[in-house]
Design a protein around this ligand. Sequence first.
Ligand code: TYD
Length: 209
Amino acid sequence: MTRGKFISLEGLDGAGKSTHLAWLTALLKQRGIDHVVSREPGGTPLGEKLRNLLLNEEMNLETEALLMFATRREHLAKVIEPALVAGQWVVCDRFTDATYGYQVGGRGLDLDKFNTLEQWVQGRADGVLQPDLTLLFDVPLEVSRARMANGRDLDRFEREQDAFFVRVRNAYHDRAAASGGRIKVIDATRTLDVIQDELAQIFAKLEHA
Ligand code: TYD
């Protein structure tokens, strides 16, 4: 059985991830690729309960980081790894790069602590498990803000100040630069057609890799 491929989507809140996720899953369906769509924090019954706490309860920075990784541990064990082993592709709305962006960049979590947790949760005999491809939908802060302000209630992260999101975006860029090509930065200010053309090309490479 060929192992499935693991794709994650990242970006600031309001970068258009949901629209692109829907388009990507339609493409997988059209290509006849069996797949699972999931999200973090969340993705399991326990993880969804933790998500509710993470998005709504005030907590210490390190508690937040630990809960993000606890959710991820459960998600990997119960959903992601079994699917990949069974040959299914996994499309995940956010994964560890979000912890790097939001907790390390945004909140200032100590990098050694992040690395330790990543190694603990994703460490395998052959290295640290990462997505095969990460699409980072990149928009400037003003665009993110404008798209967030669509009248709905904002969660604990979305209520953060501009400086927080500038740090998150910078951290995402640093992580992308150090990712050896795994993280593709997609300029998400362009029209949908143009973005989808680029995604289709990236997808075709992954499918035939
Ligand atoms: P998001 O995935 O953007 O959901 P929605 O589209 O429903 O708003 O929201 C999840 C929030 O959690 C987002 O603000 C980023 C944050 N987050 C972290 O801070 N660290 C993480 O490791 C993950 C996975 C998410």
